[in-house]
Design a protein around this ligand. Structure first.
Ligand code: ARG
Length: 592
């Protein structure tokens, strides 16, 4: 099923081709001047440019007239007007708009096309075991989840992997700190190699205490730091008791993280991490050596990845530190080996803080050098930081990192205040009211995050995010809930949806907005830019609002066919809004 724009584009492309011009001249787009006409074709200027290159002196307005003469009379075209140097303004017929509306209404995906399926891994979340989740992890989770849902909606087969940070110094900190607290545990007995208890010696609360304690001490006490480093090295070399402890730390952390991410509507298919690929490292390093890619430098093992045309210096990949320890580069490379073997994806997307851009450039180059992947199979999708009012990455009042659950509580409180102000849901029982406040709070946070261009920073302003007016999550929730209530009312009045017939301008505008869904999805997914979808959803909600003001649906006196048509339009709008919000990872309450 073609969109309105595509139908027009086919007509214009054929007209240009018949005149001996390339098809691309027939490109149609949404107009910059929607007050004049909803669509425009600027191909006459392009065509004139082509003739000019051949030494002719064409008049683009004449070309436009010829095209207009050819397209005039097409069933989708109501009026064509030539403006300025040769722009063609296009207004579609109401019957074409109605057809398209019925097409969208009859489509499960409300007008979105399904694409050739690729196998895509999205590496996002990236929480570190036992370290508190910070704001960087929040954005990664929100954006990554949205991209996963977007690509899935388009028909791709997408696997989300949390890629836990579970192989670094924090493990050494935990081990040594636990040893100080409970030296008698069997895990610290070097001679013991098996038969460790199945039950974890620590809870999440323990981990949350042990890590900061150790890290704090190590900052001022070099000896304490050395112990943690040594424990990390021993763990990586395979000391059995430490490995057994690591398993417990990971299991306990995953259970807590599942809850934390789950509360935000973020779900992973794979809960792998750095430790999971440790066993692949020796062979990988041997492979690099055999290929002659890895070399020794200053006692460390490196891969040079600089290229001649680099504008800035790209330092080598560090495979092994002088101490023999594996590094962040190493585990990411081993993860690429693992993913190739286990999944063989067409593409891997890394949704990670922009500040790690260099790291990924280095890792990708090494993977290309080794011949594992093509350059365009791996992409780092960086993002900016969520900042405080001072313009620096957001901190709590005492300068600490805001925990994810505290952040969600803060959003829920702010949403609750807004609901009270607006008098929304105040007669519902406490449980439902709190559920709504929570949904509104999360919607506010996610939408505020996703509507920004991914790479820009933004300021955390909960009061603004939770406002019911403006381009906000709550505004969109309210729009959907309002349609839901119209549908409930229609049901109680026994009004049923029927074929859509468009007559009013506000109806046309709404259909034009719905028609743009597929384009928004395509653009958002090719650029990995959720803000484009946010823009679209907001546009649909706004146009619905205008439609609802101008076009009564259920009032007495509206003729039954018109009621049925408008009800269908409302219902279709709701379905598209819900698809859109679902992709953004935003849950809607039934009523508010
Ligand atoms: N754990 C890392 C951090 O906190 C993020 C991991 C991102 N993914 C990756 N494959 N390196 O910075």
């Amino acid at each position: 099923m073609s969109t309105l724009l595509e139908t027009l584009e086919i007509a214009f492309s054929e007209a240009f081709e018949a005149l001996g011009f390339p098809k691309a001249c027939g490109t149609v787009r949404e107009s910059d001047r929607p007050d004049l006409a909803p669509f425009q074709c600027n191909g006459a200027m392009m065509a004139a440019g082509i003739l000019k290159k051949k030494g002719e002196t064409p008049n683009p307005r004449n070309i436009a007239s010829q095209v207009v003469a050819a397209v005039q009379g097409h069933p989708a075209v109501a009026t064509l007007e030539i403006a300025g140097p040769g722009f063609i303004n296009i207004t579609p017929t109401l019957s074409e708009v109605s057809d398209r509306a019925n097409g969208i209404a009859g489509d499960i995906k409300t007008g979105a096309t399904t694409h050739i399926s690729q196998k895509i891994i999205i590496d996002y979340g990236g929480a570190n075991v036992a370290k508190p989740m910070h704001v960087g992890h929040l954005r990664s989770a929100v954006i990554g989840e949205c991209l996963k849902r977007l690509l899935r909606f388009q028909g791709h087969s997408v696997i989300g992997d949390v890629h836990l940070g579970d192989w670094g110094l924090q493990m050494g900190h935990l081990i040594t700190e636990l040893e100080d607290e409970q030296p008698g545990l069997p895990y610290f007995d070097v001679s013991k190699t098996e038969g460790f208890p199945k039950k974890s010696p620590v809870t999440m609360e323990d981990l949350a205490r042990l890590y900061p304690n150790a890290s704090h001490k190590a900052k001022t006490d070099p000896q304490r730091m050395t112990r943690s480093r040594e424990a990390t090295a021993e763990l990586q070399q395979g000391r059995a008791g430490y490995r057994a402890l690591l398993e417990h730390f990971i299991t306990v952390s995953i259970a807590a993280l599942k809850q934390g991410y789950g509360a935000m509507g973020v779900e992973f298919d794979l809960w792998k991490g750095e430790a999971a690929v440790d066993a692949l490292i020796p062979d990988m390093i041997q492979g690099f050596k055999d290929q002659g890619i890895a070399e020794e430098s200053d006692g460390a093992l490196i891969i040079r990845v600089a290229r001649e045309d680099d504008k800035a210096e790209i330092p080598p990949v560090m495979l092994l530190a002088r101490s023999g320890a594996v590094l962040y580069h190493t585990t990411d490379l081993a993860t690429l080996v693992d993913r190739k073997a286990e999944i063989d994806p067409d593409k891997i997307l890394y949704v990670v803080d922009q500040r790690q851009a260099l790291h990924f450039t280095q890792v990708f180059r090494a993977a290309v050098k080794a011949g594992w992947y093509d350059e365009d199979q791996m992409e780092h999708l960086g993002f900016g930081t969520m900042n405080g009012k001072d313009g620096k990455p957001f901190k709590t009042r005492d300068g600490g990192v805001l925990r994810l659950d505290d952040l969600l509580d803060l959003m829920t409180d702010s949403a609750n205040t807004r609901l009270i102000e607006a008098g929304i849901g105040q007669d519902f029982d406490e449980t439902e009211r709190m559920d709504i406040a929570r949904k509104v709070g999360i919607a506010a946070l996610k939408f505020a995050d996703l509507q920004n261009q991914r790479t820009t920073n933004y300021i955390f302003e909960p009061e603004r995010f939770t406002a019911f007016e403006g381009k906000t999550g709550p505004y969109l929730l309210y729009a959907t809930v309002r349609i839901k209530s119209i549908l409930r009312k229609a049901k109680s009045l026994n009004v049923e949806a029927g074929p859509i017939t468009i007559s009013e301008p506000a109806e046309t505008q709404l259909v034009l907005a719905l028609d743009a869904f597929d384009r928004a999805l395509t653009l958002a997914s090719t650029k990995y830019a959720p803000h484009i979808l946010c823009e679209h959803i907001f546009r649909v909600a706004q146009n619905f609002s205008r439609f609802y003001t101008d076009c009564p649906i259920l009032v007495d006196g509206t003729n039954p066919a018109l009621k049925a048509s408008r009800l269908n339009l409302a219902q279709t709008t709701l379905r598209q809004l819900e698809h859109g919000l679902q992709i953004l990872g935003i849950e809607t309450p039934d009523r508010m």
